[in-house]
Design a protein around this ligand. Sequence first.
Ligand code: ADP
Ligand code: ADP
Length: 218
Amino acid sequence: MIRLRGVTKRYGEVLAVDDLSFDVEPGKVTGFLGPNGAGKSTTMRIILGLDRPSSGEVLVNGRPFAAYAEPLREVGALLDPGSVHSGRTGRGHLRVAARTNGLPLRRVEEVIEQVGLDGAARRRIKGYSLGMRQRLGIAAALLGDPRVLLFDEPINGLDLDGVRWIRDLLRRLADDGRTVLVSSHLMSEMEQTADRLVVIGRGRLIADATTAEILNGL
Ligand code: ADP
Ligand code: ADP
C-alpha cells in the first residue's frame, strides 16, 4: 500500500508535483497516466526515497520509506531501464545488486528464470536490446521479493510479445497481493493493463478511478 498526502515538489521555478494525494492499493495494477513532463517519474522517485518532497508525506505500508532498513525487500522499482550501461553480464549485474543488498545469490537465479532472461544472462548488457534491458531491470526490481513495485514506462518501445509479457507479469504480481504502480503516457497502453488509473497533468491529480469508469467518461 502506498499513500501520498499533499505531495509537492519544486525544482527552482518548476512545480513538478503539485499537492498530489492518492492511494495505491495492493492486489491491483494501478496505472499512473499523464503526458510527458506531468510529474510521474518525480513522484516515483519520491515514493522510492530517491528524492525528497518539498512538502507533503509519503507512506509505504504505513511508514515513511526512509524508515526501512532493507529497501530492496520493501519496494522494487524499474526506473529508466535504458540507463543500465555496464560492462557486466546480466547475471553479474544482478549478483552485485544481491550482494550489495544482503540478498542470497539463489535469488539471482530465481529472478533470471522469472523474467525469462535465460541464455542472455551470461551475455554482456552492452549487447542487450531494449526488451532485454527491460527484463533485466525488472529482474533487479524483483530481487528482494518486495510487496510494493513501481514500474516507470515499462511498456514504452516494446514489441507486441514484450507488451503481452509485461501485462501478464504485472497481473501475476497483483494477483499475488502485491502493490503495483505502473506509469505510462499512453491511455492505449493502460486500458488493457491497469485496474485503476491515477491520472495527472502538470503535477496535479486529474482523475483517480477504475479504468472502466475513466473509459466511460466517469
Ligand atoms: P514525467 O515522468 O511525467 O514525464 P517528470 O517527473 O520527469 O515527468 O518531470 C516533471 C517536471 O519536472 C518536468 O517539467 C521536468 O522538466 C521537471 N523536472 C524533473 N526532474 C527535474 C530536475 N531534476 N531538475 C529540474 N526539473 C526537473
Ligand atoms: P526486442 O526485445 O526489442 O523484441 P529482441 O530481444 O528480439 O528485441 O532482440 C533484438 C536484437 O537484439 C536481436 O538481433 C537479438 O539478437 C539481439 N539481442 C537480444 N538479446 C540480446 C542479448 N542478451 N545479447 C546480445 N544481443 C541480444
